[in-house]
Write a protein that binds this ligand. Sequence first.
Ligand code: FES
Length: 733
Amino acid sequence: MRMNDYRKISKFDIKLNTETVFHLIDCYQDSPIYHEVMEEYKELEKEVCQLIEPVAFIKFGTLPVELTAKTITGGAPVVYVLMTIGNKITELGGKYFNQGDYLSGMLVNAMSDDYMFQMDDIIQEIVKGECATRHLGITVRLDAPENIPMSAQKIILDEIKVLEELKMDVTEGFMFTTVKTMGYILVLTEDENTYHAQLNCDICKVVNCKMRKTSMVQVTLIGRGDPILFGCSDKESLLEAMIRQNIYVSAVCGGKGTCGKCKIQILKGDLDITSSDRVIFSEKEIENGYRLSCKAYPKTDCTIKLAAGDEIDFEVVSEYQQDSTKKIDVSEEGYVIGIDIGTTTIAVNLIGTTSRSIIQTYTTINKQRAYGADVITRMQASNDGKNEILRECIRKDLLEGIQNVVEGAKIPKDKIQKIAIAGNTTMGHLLLGFSCETLGVYPFIPVNIGTIELPLEEVLGVDYLSIPTILLPGISAYVGGDIVAGLLTCDFDKLEAPCLLIDLGTNGEMALGNRNKILVSSTAAGPAFEGGNITCGVGSIAGAICNINLEENKISYQTIGQKAPVGICGTGVIEFTSELVKAGLVDETGRLDEKYFENGFEITKDDVGNAIKFTQKDIREIQLAKAAVRAGIETLILRYGIAYEEIDTVYLAGGFGYKINIEKAIRIGLVPKVFFEKIRAIGNSSLGGAVKYLLDRQASMKIDQILKVSSEINLSYDKDFNNLYIEHMFFEE
Ligand code: FES
């Protein structure tokens, strides 16, 4: 470090701005207490100015790898900025509050904030000067938690502490212990005409900040426990504002305005009707205030309600075939944690290494779903500048899961030895902050699909546990570690007779083979099997219609958790399609009976009286999804060069495969009829594989064997696949 790369500034010529201070406490000239407050202000002014101990540090350096984002890579040149006005001023404010003198307490606080903001303006000018002498500019300012994790505050402090004796530290939640302190990172560029060092008010999470330079309206969300109050800036949609506030909303299409899953109902206030609203909603629904939150930009304060089912209680399958799942009452020598990161859900198992049994399980929805239901939409979101947000999302979910199993089991943290994670290639990329730019376009090149071992703190970006964390390897951009884990679960490394593994999710991944040769493939089934792209489709949430029978035009159904119906989930969609085919209400080509062609088949009404219906468009979605899976299976069999009869077992993996009614799936042609006796639903084989990796000493060798004999069939350009796809669009009965 050259000395001119570092500056300490402790002299600031700052005069408090009375107008700003009064604005910060919402006191204006027409206020009845204005003069009283002014007197108090004048009395405090001198004391405050004496107690403020301003000091700021500027340090040129490089960005650490753990803060890598899409457009900013580790090692990028940056400026670290840390500024504080010391502890005395906070103590003064605290003293007044303790004495019950809230006016003085608030004034001290507002005066400190005004000072800090003015200090920041001065520092920015100094940094600008420093940059000018180096012929550099600034591309972006990184503030925690807006666009970098809170842990960055420790990094900033450590950078300065190397050179300065500072009494300050950070708390467990990475807050500075000297309260009135500000730290941020400025990313440098060689383009000296670019200078974006200002705090970006659009992404700031402090809704009521009086210093905000963009306008915000107040939104009240009801229907999820206590009302939630948040701000929505004029540059963001309601969906974006809710995501920013960590309010989970399903957004299957990633905000394109086509899936309808992000719908809200406006109860107070006004929202323009957009062209997307007109496509998704009926006149009556629009009249009743239904809008798409991804297309809604409120101009005035409003009260809204989420109109789709709450996916937080998503039913997640964490069961899998494993000999060691019996809970045995022994004292455990140690523990390991297996994790499956699915595109839709996440499952975590804490395993005792002595009993080799499951001690604790945690499941949750993958909150990245708010950025799209399938891997393609997630990749697009990542490529559109949301890589870091998506990374934070999954890191948070994993940390929550790990903390939940560890704290739930009440075990000492130092007894946890290792973590293994299985997930598809996109999930792995997003977790590690890799760019997805080459994943989604031909020739579909992943950044890294080998076995990756990192300390957990590097994977999660927080210091919770320091243990090795292994990301299971994948085979290609679309056949990832989850399938490799599934192959390990099903012992493909030992098989003599060929078996077929099918993982039915948003991507239908499949593998056919034995220990000598495995062909793998994946086919874009789309989100229909998970209720996405279906008019009244929902995930596997409480109230989702999961089983349906249609006898002589009479419908009977069951819902998850026996709750009032809220929509149809994937298994319900398959079952109802099958029932319609059986009843002759859908013909071979997929055309719905004339009676229902226009308005769909009404299954029932939800708890507010809206019809849950199944439409012609839904049948088309199912035709596309099932044809993709079936054509994939047939192409693999064709390329492998065997007959159906030679396949010993068909393993159906994934939550959807676990719950599906095989007979009905066969009726719509999802899998060949001859497989009926051979099918075994194996549940979450990805989680099973991650756990097996941790318990079986030979697992690593077994995976090597699987990888060695595996090769991928790319279906996108396969002529046979395309012909089979068209052929299997039809229904068999
Ligand atoms: S319609 Fe809004 S996220 Fe799909």
